[in-house]
Write a protein that binds this ligand. Structure first.
Ligand code: FES
Length: 110
């Protein structure tokens, strides 16, 4: 199993385990994280935007150009932002820390 840590925008931490081959989007949704994933992985919505902990970012395979284009549109995107629907868990990602973006707060100007 691969361990994943989710950090809510408010700071709450949740540790889960998922089998290799699971998509991060589904793992997050099953763990009750607030990711809509509206387009179900078609890279057409960016509602699955997450922020990878900087120390873990280098372990992920690079984003495709399409993914980068969607991230440009994501609210609150940062250098280590990714689309959770594009990330498949492998043993190399064990211990990954994933943060939920605080998009709703950004829209209200904090
Ligand atoms: S679910 Fe729409 S881009 Fe990931």
């Amino acid at each position: 199993m691969i361990r994943v840590r989710f950090e809510a925008a408010g700071g709450a931490v949740l540790d889960v385990e998922a089998p290799p081959g699971a998509r991060l989007l589904e793992v997050a949704q099953n763990a009750g994280q607030p990711l809509e994933g509206t387009c179900e992985g078609q890279m057409a919505c960016s509602t699955c935007h997450v922020i990878i902990a900087p120390e873990d970012f280098g372990r992920l395979p690079a984003a495709s150009e399409e993914e980068e284009d969607m991230l440009d549109l994501a609210i609150g995107a940062v250098r280590t932002s990714r689309l959770a629907c594009q990330i498949v868990l492998t043993d190399a990602l064990d211990g990954l820390t994933v943060r939920m973006p605080a998009a709703h707060r950004d829209m209200q100007g904090r």
